[in-house]
Design a binder for this molecule. Structure first.
Ligand code: AP5
Length: 255
């Protein structure tokens, strides 16, 4: 049990989000005793959104809904099992380009029940364009589930590059490690499920450059979008993951 009485040993496999359709999560979140958090995590690639989403999920009980994880999970399907849109999305992703809004919104719409989850949600990597943010706004209004806060993480470029180049991700449960900053207990093996740790294809330098350009052009404008709606909290992402979590807690969660 964690400090909030949540049993973090029973982590959900997020099947409803990762697989879509009628998939049912193992150990779905239960309604928290306190506030239900519905957060968006914004920030450049490699700033540490996924790492913070995992900590926030353990401590607040809300599920991490990462669009990038949906695409990576689709990669593990056989070629015949992927829709043409998903197949095309994987090509965009490997290059570092944004997947077209239409595809991303179709995927989110298919999983709209995750936005109604009684444990709340942590949107990680979505929305990424103003069109996606507007569509999310309409969707949440229709579902009557307002956003609590948008967490905007910021980090100097040299530290982002160091985080991305050393990142390793579990091929099975998608947990994130870093070769020096957050190494696994056994080299190359996931602490949580024993899966093999791999380097993401889009962490190659040429893809990272394209991802940073896409962030500057398409995602940075969301800072202004959410600022105008009074939802934005900007957090420095320097220091250890626990330092960043503590800053998040003080600035955004302790109200
Ligand atoms: P996505 O999976 O969303 O990737 P991203 O936004 O580029 O973010 P990352 O996962 O690279 O970084 P992160 O900020 O989560 O950092 P992490 O915690 O891993 O998207 C991938 C692709 O999918 C996109 O390029 C696009 O093609 C497509 N896509 C997805 N969503 C889309 C959308 N909505 N629209 C269009 N296209 C979409 O940390 C990085 C490393 O740093 C790790 O090794 C970690 O261990 C380490 N680290 C983290 N925090 C710290 C710390 N405090 N101190 C030291 N090390 C740390």
């Amino acid at each position: 049990m964690n400090a909030k009485g949540l049993d973090v040993t029973k982590k959900s496999d997020r099947a409803a989000w990762l697989k879509g359709g009628n998939a049912i999560c193992s150990n779905p979140p239960s309604k928290p005793a306190g506030r239900i958090w519905r957060l968006v995590l914004l920030g450049a690639p490699g700033v540490g959104k996924g790492t913070q989403a995992a900590l926030l999920s353990d401590r607040l009980g809300a599920c991490q809904l990462s669009t990038g994880d949906v695409f990576r999970a689709a990669k593990c399907l056989g070629e015949g099992e992927r829709s043409p849109a998903l197949e095309a999305a994987l090509h965009y992703m490997v290059r570092g380009d944004l997947v077209p809004d239409e595809t991303v919104l179709g995927i989110v719409q298919e999983r709209v029940r995750c936005l109604r989850c009684c444990g709340g949600f942590l949107l990680d990597g979505f929305p990424r364009t103003v069109a996606q943010a507007k569509a999310l706004e309409n969707l949440l209004k229709k579902e009557n589930v307002p956003l609590t806060t948008v967490l905007n993480y910021e980090l100097p470029l040299d530290q982002i590059v160091a985080r991305l180049s050393g990142r390793r991700t579990c091929s099975k449960c998608k947990a994130v490690f870093h070769v020096t900053n957050m190494p696994p207990r056994v080299k190359g093996i996931c602490d949580h499920c024993g899966g093999e740790l791999i380097q993401r294809e889009d962490d190659r330098p040429e893809s990272v450059r394209v991802r940073m350009e896409a962030y500057e052009k398409s995602t940075r404008p969301l800072i202004d979008f959410y600022q105008k709606r009074g939802l934005l909290v900007t957090i420095k992402a320097e220091g250890s993951a626990e330092d960043v979590y503590e800053r998040t807690r003080v600035l955004a969660l302790a109200q």
